[in-house]
Ligand binder design. Sequence first.
Ligand SMILES: [Zn+2]
Length: 412
Amino acid sequence: MGIVPMANAYVTAYAQSPGYVNSGPGVGLGSSGSSSTQKNSWDVSDIGEYPVDSGVSLDAWAYADTGGVAVTAMTVSDEVPEGCVQSTAMEVEDPIVADEAMYTYAALKSDIAELQKRYSGKLKVRSLVKTPDGRDVYELILGNEKAPTHILIEASIHAREYITTNLCMKQIEYLLYFYDDGCYDGKPLKTWFNDVCVHFVPMANPDGVSISQYGLSGLQSTALRSTVEKAYLDDVASGYTTLDMGTYLQRWKANARGVNLNQNFDAMFEFASGMATVPSSEDYRGPYAESEPETKALADLYDSRVWRAVLHYHAQGQILYWDIENNKMREHSRDLSNNIMLVTGYQKAVAGGGGGFKEYVQLCDRPAASVTVEMGAGTCPLPGSQMPTIWAQNKFVVLTAMKWAHDKFAGT
Ligand SMILES: [Zn+2]
């Protein structure tokens, strides 16, 4: 079981016999930067050297390599690529972004300010739009804005899925922390960020998030409170919900005007699956495409430049949606989703419907590869206790998308 000295940090992975059911993919790498730690002993077979910095999760790699055998133990070497002080297999020390049971708009604002202070000059922030209830939809930018390649990552367009914002903020801090002396795929992160600029919209629907977290008191506008109250009464009257109002509001998915923003884009809008014809917690697509300022702001951001990859974080299901009818970027979207599948261990799937941001990206005049990543398991809002698993699965997703976009499009 020797460690092969390579210009990278390597582990040797062991697998239990076929048929073993793993409790979840991706777990185990974590902060394993220490030397030769064997975590378990089993009747095992050596299945080879696993490249830590490849961006592929250990379990996903093992599954691909062994045809469905779960990895249960590993050893790790300290080899670090030349020119890199640290490996990205490490974790952030003394992080600003905490794993929150309920990641709020206030936490977002405060974390952005703290990150800008600690990582001076490395994180650019701008507001894309003011929401109907007066909040900012932020765009956070890492890397060289004049880079040839740009990718976009968006989260919490659905209110109750606010755990996706917590993940994106952790991804941002992770990249900032290793910006100067980390490396990925044998290349310093500084070089990566010179080549690829990464844009995040970590909370696309802050009004809706506030409703899901605080109920009616999460809204400042009395008119919008009335809209939301009326949506509840209408949904009760039509038999759409039997929930009490508190639970109904916790499961709110729309914006404060009762429009599902991910059915409001100008892309197969007529096929948006929403059944409701009036404002609702989740099933109203709006009076017309891009009627909502949040939707319009995302569409305008997208239209403002050429993008090479766009990821949409949703919860839940541990699934990747990558295709749509008449997808103009089918091959690229499939390829990108395959790479993300290897990192996360999530299954690929296809969904119908229309009016979503992914559909917009794949059907518009300047289309890009696009994947919806459904993280976590269970009923939304997901408990914060899922974050360690979600983090292990999604830690390398941004770097994977950066590398994919750069390899595919640099020089084109
Ligand atoms: Zn969603």
